[in-house]
Design a protein around this ligand. Structure first.
Ligand code: ATP
Length: 492
């Protein structure tokens, strides 16, 4: 978000703009919506698809040793036993008896720690977080409740500390498969895409003759019954993940972990997120499967929050799948170990995972692009990287008559097969520029009377509003280069 002299951008501004200009709508809005579920509109889907394409190409096109898959959402229920989700994918919840509102106990305490840190009480804040980590680790939920009370944390709605006990709540959605009730069995909507990759590890390795180190990438829907789902597309109950599992020789995982940390930060910068709005955040409390974990955080209007997690997952998942399925999940490494002068031989690979939410990345890109300028000339526009903008160019005849519309239509048609181009002849040209600014179109091409004589058009640049005269014959190349995915991939 940037603005010149304008009030700070709030999440409400972002939500309003996203809805008004066809990016994101509340799900089933005519029935008053469904909490934490959203639909992408005509411009939103283009922006999201472009982000997904950038990620997919950054993974599978820039790396010879990374391939993609598309696994099903439904998986054998034992998958989630092996992964630890049936027993451990819980959030601690607590209700306020007066307001009847439900909260995540850890988030109440984290909020308090944030307030303490902001007031300069950094040590107190750290102690509180450490204590919370210890109690949650020990599953001492009664003590978590006592901590909330002793820290004087009150419900923001009722203002009271009249809390219920803390209970664990499993975030997985379940449903039944099978048409006959007695034969049906309980299955889950996947809470992460990663397990679809793990169970296909050997299929891909064998059919693709992959040699370690290698990666498998996937983009797909995931579902979590989040206790508190606020903050727009930041926390949804149905969302999309872009995950890559990188299989490595045990003992080399920390090198790869560092490498992927760097590469993923470079990706976020390459799509246009500024360095000062991004930071690493090491995990205080590691998940049950990890031996190192870091988040990449983006500075949203509500503070720095996770957009991507990078985890060194050891051999936890493959080992558990091997145990439960009774199918060996091993790889034979023929390379010679210099210490023993023998092949490394059979082992279960270790895994470094990169996991980014497509919807959170969308929100970060959208917030970053939202720009309001005040002063002499007020203007709102989306400063999106040209390669991810929903529409790359709009062709605008100055007037419809005297053959200008035909020339403009001809230009739009000639560009369409190379990049997304629209034609617009409705209303004053200034209004048409504004319409394109609001959805982030980087280039407007104006056709005027002179075009008839010199075969040139005016390109108007979204961010600077600068104008330049360009021969029609050069448009494809000039704009094509600016809006191509290559520009993102080359910057990583
Ligand atoms: P959080 O702590 O915010 O709940 P998490 O640590 O549980 O996130 P991971 O399990 O590491 O998240 O998931 C990887 C990525 O998936 C996250 O970085 C985020 O971008 C995305 N993600 C996770 N949960 C959601 C959600 N409810 N809505 C949208 N995106 C999500």
């Amino acid at each position: 978000m940037s603005q010149t002299g304008a009030p700070a951008t709030s999440l409400q501004d972002i939500i309003g703009h996203a809805k008004e200009y066809g990016f994101v709508f509340p799900s089933s809005e005519i029935y008053d919506g469904l909490q934490a579920v959203y639909d992408y509109g005509q411009n939103g889907v283009e922006l999201k698809n472009n982000l997904k394409a950038a990620w997919w190409k950054a993974m599978t096109q820039l790396h010879d040793n990374i391939v993609g898959i598309d696994a099903a959402i439904f998986m054998h229920p034992l998958t989630w036993k092996a992964s630890g989700h049936v027993d451990g994918f819980n959030d601690p919840m607590i209700d306020n008896k007066d307001s009847k509102k439900r909260y995540r106990a850890d988030q109440l305490l984290e909020g308090k720690a944030e307030t303490l840190a902001e007031a300069g009480k950094v040590e107190e804040s750290k102690t509180l977080l450490a204590e919370m980590g210890r109690l949650l680790g020990a599953e001492d939920l009664e003590a978590v409740r006592e901590l909330i009370i002793s820290e004087n944390i009150v419900c923001p709605v009722s203002g009271t500390a009249n809390w219920t006990e803390v209970r664990q709540f499993n975030l997985m959605f379940s449903t039944q498969v099978g048409s006959v009730a007695e034969d049906s069995s309980l299955i889950y909507l996947r809470p992460e895409t990663a397990q679809g990759i793990f169970v296909n590890f050997l299929n891909v390795q064998k059919s693709g003759r992959m040699k370690i180190p290698f990666g498998i990438a996937q983009i797909g829907k995931a579902f979590r019954n989040e206790i508190v789902a606020r903050q727009f597309t930041f926390r949804m109950r149905e969302f999309e993940q872009m995950e890559m599992q990188f299989f490595v020789r045990p003992g080399t995982e920390m090198e790869w972990y560092e490498e992927w940390k760097k590469q993923r930060l470079a990706f976020h910068k390459a799509i246009g997120l500024p360095a000062e709005s991004l930071q690493y955040h090491d995990h205080e409390k590691l998940a049950h499967y990890a031996n190192a974990a870091v988040d990449i955080e983006y500075k949203f209007p509500f503070g720095f929050r996770e957009i991507e997690g990078i985890h060194s997952r050891t051999d936890f998942d493959l080992r558990n799948h091997q145990e439960l399925s009774k199918k060996k999940q091993q790889y034979f490494d023929p390379e010679i170990d210099p210490d023993t002068e023998k092949p490394y031989g059979n082992y279960i690979p270790f895994v470094v995972e990169t996991s980014v939410g497509a919807d959170r990345l969308f929100l970060a890109a959208f917030c970053n692009a939202f720009t309001r300028e005040t002063g002499e000339k007020e203007r709102t526009y989306l400063k999106l990287h040209p390669a991810i903008a929903p529409i790359k160019a709009a062709v605008l005849p100055l007037v419809k008559k005297d053959g200008l519309a035909d020339i403009a239509l001809g230009i739009a048609n000639s560009l369409k097969s190379t990049f997304r181009t629209v034609y617009d002849d409705g209303g004053a040209i200034g209004k048409r520029y504004t319409r394109q600014d609001l959805i982030g179109t980087p280039f407007c091409i104006a056709v005027d009377y002179e075009t008839k004589d010199d075969n040139c058009v005016t390109i108007r640049h979204r961010d600077t509003m600068g104008q330049e005269r360009v021969p029609i014959s050069e448009l494809k190349e000039r704009i094509g280069h600016e809006v191509s995915m290559e520009r993102i991939l080359e910057a990583i």
